[in-house]
Design a protein around this ligand. Sequence first.
Ligand code: PLP
Length: 425
Amino acid sequence: MLQFLSMSESELLKVKADLEDRYNQFKAQGLKLNMARGKPATDQLNLSMKMLDTLNSGSDMHSSTGDDCRNYGLPDGLPELRELFAELMGVDDNNIIVGGNSSLNMMFDAVSCAMTHGFAGCEPWGKQGHIKFLCPSPGYDRHFAITEYFGFELIAVPMLATGPDMDVVEKLIHDDASVKGIWCVPKYSNPTGITYSDETVRRFAALKPAAKDFRIFWDNAYCVHDLTDTPDTLLNLWQECRKNNTIDLPIFFASTSKITFPGAGIAAMGASEKNLSVLREHYSFQTIGPDKLNQLRHIYFLKDLDGVMDHMTKHRALLEPKFRTVLGRLESELGGKGVAEWTSPNGGYFVSVDVLNGCAKRVVSLCKEAGVTLTGAGATYPYGKDPNDQNIRVAPTYPPVAELEQAMELFCICVQLAAAEKLLN
Ligand code: PLP
């Protein structure tokens, strides 16, 4: 296999001409495929349809505490669901609030609460002047967008195979009290798919921020989303923080969006008593209680942790072939050519591809022109600006395998075409 970088100009011109032929053939097909967002496919949604049968006019509408779930009450959610989320998130059940349909919503609420009312008895973030938030990158665009919306300066922190570069994190938060938080997707990270190493988690638990109101936003969105027989394991931050006397540092989030139904699932948040007292007060003004009928539906359907894990094996059966297709195509088309590097995650929803510096935007626009929509280049960085114009998030879950085959063939052609154009320039 010839490396692009070691090709002569005439060899590159020949390769480019062949690639253009293949590209134009694709264009002529008038494809209309979408690999932009990490959505479950229809067959995955169908796995949870029976959940809708668990609740009807003949069902028991009471929680384990005897509360009537049709009425107001239980602002922290059903106790049985708090127990389930406690297991999923590795946090004590007394420290869990089970909320509405979206964990992103709860993250927004937590930031909003800190902006107006503050954590740890400090001035509200919104009254402290210029404030900053750390954004491990590549990362999740909607996280970054929340803190951009509230006016934070977003600071990119490099993502390594072990998680965020902790040397950088420690330095930034140790020296600067205007740094108020960090976004983390610790397991099967969006988009790189890596899981934070034990050492990274220990270093998070041992952080000594200059700001007393610095918080770690620990979004465990993919905590049970394994795709292989060798799943990653994540050290428990809650327990590590207990050991380090830093229990007020993290706020934990998770949801069933990618277990049952995105948009109609259940979200939860976990935190120390001190943090929860601020957050509970905030919620007490915001709502008289969550949708407990949907909570009941979830508990009737999923039952317990074993039920969740059983259900996740069904997702895995549908997703594994898709990830195999994407990774197989990348390897067969791009392997050994020196034009891209990619991750091979053990779970989660994404594959992260780094193309040659300065080529990501070109690849995305070439794909778009030929009918395949990808996540916008740059989206995985704060302000949507990838300083190296290099990273592309590939989302294999939504299209059927046959479409993925086509989309990935085109993607690989575009990666090479953009690389050839760059090298010939
Ligand atoms: N967190 C991460 C890391 C995600 O990738 C997503 C969706 O893609 C979400 C949160 C959204 O979660 P929810 O549907 O619970 O708001």
